[in-house]
Design a protein around this ligand. Structure first.
Ligand SMILES: [Zn+2]
Length: 323
């Protein structure tokens, strides 16, 4: 190849590259958000808040909004719950812009990610029991901290191992859109954490990171109960060479006892027979100050108003709210 040809090739390449960046700037959505419920029961007020909050933030930014079913933890999943959740979302006008993704159909992607972690030496097998980990006596922010017993080889062989990823002393920092700057030292506050359980199920942390990357999610809007999980997810994104999305953690709905509304705290399913009133209640909860006249409209007009007037800053620094 002569020099002139090489030169003209590189010019073509530059034109091609600038064309690609033009395409990304103008054609692909800048914002891709999602709502990812677990089909363990009907949608309750707390999960509807996360659905509406993520939808409004996406639509206010002219983005794409997706629904993903986190049905990986099959023992906890309830038959028919996924359909029920999707029907409920539909009643509230919340429709996924792309086909709903089911985690249970993507285990090959999680296996590939685990393989990548194994090959880079970031994941190792572990056979320690809960009791052995508790015996170490190291307390962190989510119970006992794994003391790293099996880092350089399993202490003892026992049936099928779990797989853990290594953590280190570096603080993982991220700037949450509502909760501000957060910093966590995984090694001492969490410990090497499980990405595939001994029973063969992939851990939530790995699945969510792989799914967000697969779906090209740019903005994660979810409940503040997942705030402490975020550094683990950022750690995995870095180990797997994936982008880190922007995070916004909404206040969690709590009952009079200060407990998060959930199936465990017997939260009632949302009222699908009065969707407008329920939606206005969600907007009230999210401090959006909906005008009283909205109560006379339909779901479409309520959502339209809420998208146009969405102001997340009204929730700045709020982690929990009473319903
Ligand atoms: Zn172990």
């Amino acid at each position: 190849m002569n020099e002139k040809l090489v030169h003209s090739n590189s010019v073509v390449l530059r034109i091609f590259q600038s064309h690609i960046s033009f395409y990304h700037l103008h054609m692909s959505p800048i914002y891709r958000g999602r709502f990812a419920p677990s089909p363990t029961g009907p949608l309750h007020f707390g999960s509807l808040v996360a659905a509406v909050g993520s939808y409004l933030d996406a639509k206010h930014h002219h983005g794409v909004w997706l629904v993903r079913m986190e049905d990986l933890d099959t023992p906890r999943c309830v038959a028919g719950a996924a359909d029920d959740i999707l029907r409920t979302l539909d009643v509230f006008g919340l429709k996924s812009d792309e086909p709903v993704m089911f985690q249970s159909q993507h285990t090959a992607a999680y296996e590939a990610a685990l393989q990548q972690l194994k090959e880079s030496g970031a994941a190792y097998p572990c056979c320690c029991t809960r009791k052995e980990i508790a015996d170490s006596g190291l307390h962190g922010i989510e119970g006992f901290v794994y003391p790293g017993t099996c880092r350089s080889g399993m202490a003892h062989q026992r049936s099928t191992p779990a797989w853990r990823v290594t953590t280190d002393q570096h603080a993982i920092e991220f700037d949450d859109a509502l909760q501000g700057l957060l910093s966590q030292k995984l090694e001492t506050e969490i410990g090497d954490f499980v990405v595939k359980r001994a029973d063969g199920l992939f851990a939530y942390q790995l699945a969510v990171v792989v799914d967000d990357a697969t779906q090209g999610i740019t903005h994660v809007v979810r409940g503040a109960d997942l705030l402490n999980s975020t550094p683990r997810q950022i750690h995995l994104q870095r180990l797997l060479g994936l982008n880190t999305p922007a995070y916004m953690h909404l206040p969690v709905a709590v009952n009079e006892a200060g407990e998060k509304l959930s199936k465990q705290t017997l939260a009632a399913p949302v009222d699908v027979l009065q969707p407008v009133a329920t939606l206005v209640r969600v907007l009230d909860f999210l401090k959006q100050e909906p005008p009283k006249s909205l109560a006379d409209g339909d779901v479409g007009t309520v959502l339209e108003w809420a998208v146009a007037h969405w102001d997340a800053q009204k929730l700045l620094g709020v982690k929990t709210l009473h319903t």
